[in-house]
Design a binder for this molecule. Sequence first.
Ligand code: SF4
Length: 344
Amino acid sequence: MLQTSFLGDMILTTPLIERLAAEGPVHVVATPANAGVLANHPAVASVLVFDKRGTDRGLSGLRRMAQRLRAVNAERALLAQGSSRTAALAWMAGIPERITFDTSGGRLFTTRRVPYRRDLHHAARLWQLGNAPGHDDVPPPLRPSLHPGPADHAAVQALLDRAGVSAQERLIALAPGSVWATKRWPHYAALAAELVRSIGQTGERIVVLGAAGDAPLAAAIADAAAAAGGAPVVDATGQLSLLGSAALLARCQVLITNDSAPLHLASAMNTPTVALFGPTVPAFGFGPLAERRTVVEHPQLECRPCHAHGPPSCPLGHFRCMQDLSAVTVRQAVHQLSPPEPQR
Ligand code: SF4
């Protein structure tokens, strides 16, 4: 299995990995950033880290990686990320059967192409890479899976202990970041104030999840919550590993997130999810998969969707796809999914 795309793609590949594990050992080629998310996964025999933009870049790096891949003696390579470089890697490793989507850039290096079904969720599309030749089997509803270990759970407990969070407190997680600027909903701080005003003293605490670079967003959320009279916000940005973040989400009542990696972490942990979509749409195949989930998006805006990932800035200048989603609307969606406990 070769999956060197974004973190969300790797998480959504886990149902396919589980499918393949029933047939034999699954070795996964992953980027350094994503490799850790597969730790402890019972369906993964080994993870081979491919630092395609660092130590393994260029033709010499590709050759080195091909040698390592050759050593696992794979009979079949599924290219979940089907770039020319990844497909060339499988070919150079001498893997006889190489399968990818019929839309992939590296399809000429492969021996079989699977239709890229735009009507399916991406987890189901990826799962179809495991179909037998000529079959178009569609899976039942899928959820990805991750397996935080004892160290991940201990890191979460230490974080919550430092923040003075008791075992009884309900946690509401906000994930305000995204690699793509226009996927970031701009009203998380206002939502925090809304939540504080509506939950009162019910023993609910706001937690902010994200990378270290999201700390300024967390600080703005904490300031808004404090100004509204709320309990101190727990800032987990940059504090936890990927699986630590998954473990924290497992402890949360609900997650409010953009169309970004935390959405998929929550799907894996089955954390109720409120997903905010702006320039992208769930129909691209990357919506939430937790059993309890809802999507908040602009009800009518002809320019949506405008980009596969989200452009660096709104090409029309008004950014209404996100600006028009109010904090009140999102708070109502949160409470429909996860009603607050009665006031104490
Ligand atoms: S063009 Fe429309 S969909 Fe794209 S960023 Fe602007 S408001 Fe959003």
